[in-house]
Design a protein around this ligand. Structure first.
Ligand code: KG4
Ligand code: ZN
Length: 341
């Protein structure tokens, strides 16, 4: 089955062609980062309008790269939520219009299920069951995964998502959007141990997260340094490292707890923050001690992309899932509501 995947939940237009027999045939992405950077974050209306502009040229591009024509496509998978409603509507209406014109099925995919399954596109995919840490701009969740659609939420953030914490903290320190990669870059030149930041909610049992206090702690440290006349780039790098270490340690402690609680020793990390090298290294070290394994997607498939949507949609379409031609998207959509395959 050849599936066209469309991703438009936020500020990236992603399009891909995935074939159930041959694997991923083509994948193209247009990132709107430059468009939103001047505003310090995503402007929803600008995002929607830009998706409209990019979608059809990207579809033509993947068809050409995969040496396919429209009539080869068997079905269309698109992101139906969670995300920005206007942006989601662009992908949904485009998918449904093409599906109607080409007389093929279309299926709405859950964005976080797309992220969760993205490591399946790699050479050594994880086998069920496993614990998944989903860390994106909108979500921080620990999930027990027994199969596609068999998701048990173990814990999540009570306030900011990990990616959101990176983005907001970076903004407070005068860095560009998106802040995650910026903080990671500065942290490489940071001095280990100069600042010690708290590891929120690790001193009590449970698998919940909270990152908003850490953001305030970082702001206070930054302002104290500035007030004392220390405006050096080195200090910015040292604070970036201390912040990143605090997030990484906190995520690692909670992942270890989740693995212990479930008795599992395979961990999948997915979503934009799973591209973070320090996080990967820390989790690999922890899993090494537990004689387990950590799985993640290539960096381009950690952040938003069309390939993960094409893959997730393909699995559900192969299992016979289908929907009518109505255009339905959801800004909020708990992943546990998805049907099991
Ligand atoms: O999954 P994603 O592309 O979009 C959402 O579904 O939200 O995640 C984007 C988030 C942003 O907050 C971005 O700052 C963060 O992922 N991010 C990173 C890194 N690359 C992207 N955070 C930390 N380190 C990175 N290398
Ligand atoms: Zn995402």
């Amino acid at each position: 089955m050849l599936v066209l995947g469309l991703e438009t939940s936020c500020d990236e237009t992603g399009v891909a062609l995935y074939d159930s027999e041959r694997g991923l045939l083509a994948d193209a992405l247009f990132s709107q980062i430059d468009l939103h950077r001047v505003y310090g974050g995503v402007v929803p209306e600008l995002a929607s309008r830009d998706h409209v502009k990019r979608m059809l040229p990207l579809i033509r591009q993947v068809l050409s790269e995969a040496d396919c024509v429209a009539t080869d496509i068997d079905a269309i998978a698109y992101t139906a939520g969670p995300g920005l409603v206007g942006a989601l509507l662009v992908g949904a209406s485009c998918a449904q219009a093409l599906a109607f014109a080409w007389d093929i099925p279309a299926l709405g995919v859950h964005h976080m299920e797309g992220h969760l399954l993205a490591p399946m596109l790699e050479e050594q995919p994880p086998a069920f069951p496993f614990v998944a840490l989903l860390v994106s701009g909108g979500h921080t969740q620990l999930v027990r995964v027994d199969g596609i659609g068999q998701y048990q939420l173990l814990g999540e953030s009570l306030d900011d998502a990990a990616g959101e914490a990176f983005d907001k903290t970076a903004k407070l320190m005068g860095l560009q959007y998106p802040g995650g990669p910026e903080i990671a870059r500065l942290a490489l030149s940071g001095t280990l141990g100069r600042f010690k930041f708290p590891r929120p909610m690790t001193d009590r049992p449970g698998l919940e997260f909270s990152f908003s206090g850490l953001k305030t702690f970082t702001l206070n440290t930054w302002q104290q340094c500035q007030a004392a006349g220390d405006k050096s780039e080195q200090t910015r790098c040292d604070i970036a490292l201390a912040f990143q270490q605090a997030v990484v340690d906190t995520l690692t402690i909670k992942c270890k707890r989740a693995l212990k609680q479930t008795g599992l020793n395979n961990l999948v990390i997915a979503g934009g923050v799973s591209a973070n090298q320090a996080l990967r290294q820390s989790l690999e070290k922890m899993l090494g001690e537990l004689k387990g394994e950590v799985f993640y997607a290539r960096p381009a498939f950690c952040t938003d992309n069309g390939a993960m949507i094409a893959y997730a949609g393909c699995q559900r379409l192969l299992a016979g899932q289908h929907e009518d031609l109505s255009i339905k998207v959801q800004a909020r959509w708990p992943m546990e509501q998805l049907p099991a395959l």
